[in-house]
Design a protein around this ligand. Structure first.
Ligand code: GSH
Length: 205
């Protein structure tokens, strides 16, 4: 049995979209937990099995998997018919794995540093920054491809497009990249994820 620990309007929202894309919503129990948020609200929820109280978390029959990129890869491999990851042995899997890891090791750190206003030479030389992230995306979509991996929509699109759902203004000023962002936003999976989030979000007074 699969349980996904989720919290509204968080990095777990893209996991909701993933469940829809993989067509496994009926096989995964959703548990909404509280998290500490950047605005100071929320708390570390004791019901959340993540060692640091973060989301998303997947529990598969007692095995706990953290980190969105790892959870997506794990489920994409377990449900290959969804076509969200190239199979082991397929040469396309190499670039696909590069995208997932690039998100965690370069893209997300670059945007977090930008938003927090930190600027340190060691960070720049180690992880690079937002200009390099933007260049990578602009160069990738310059050939007019619809998705990161070409014609095939994959979990990498969900993961790497997700920061621009929250920070629309941070999207690279490039027509091809923005068309890709809009293409992912328009997918029914995100409409469903937004509905679920809305059910759990605090109601306006
Ligand atoms: N690299 C992790 C990041 C997870 C993460 O930071 N999640 C945030 C939600 S947006 C969280 O749970 N924060 C609560 C906390 O830091 O205590 C992933 O991609 O899964």
């Amino acid at each position: 049995m699969f349980t996904l620990y989720h919290s509204y309007w968080s990095r777990a929202t893209r996991m909701l979209a993933f469940l829809h894309e993989a067509d496994i919503r009926d096989q995964v129990k959703l548990v909404h937990v509280d998290i500490r948020r950047n605005d100071g609200s929320g708390r570390h929820d004791p019901a959340n099995p993540h060692p640091e109280g973060k989301v998303p978390v997947l529990d598969h029959d007692g095995t706990v998997i953290t980190e969105t990129a790892a959870i997506m890869l794990y489920l994409a491999d377990l449900f290959p018919d969804a076509g969200l990851a190239p199979a082991i042995g397929d040469r396309a899997r190499g670039p696909f794995l590069s995208w997932l890891n690039w998100y965690s090791a370069q893209m997300e750190p670059a945007y977090v540093v930008m938003v927090s206003g930190v600027n340190h030479e060691v960070f720049q030389t180690t992880f690079r920054g937002v200009p390099e992230v933007e260049k990578r995306l602009i160069d990738t979509f310059a050939d007019g491809r619809p998705f990161l991996m070409g014609d095939q929509f994959t979990a990498a699109d969900l993961l790497i497009q997700s920061p621009y759902k929250w920070f629309e203004d941070a999207a690279p000023d490039d027509a091809n990249v923005r068309a890709w962002i809009d293409r992912i936003n328009a997918r029914p999976s995100y409409a469903w994820a937004a509905e679920v989030d809305l059910r759990h979000a605090p109601k306006a007074a």
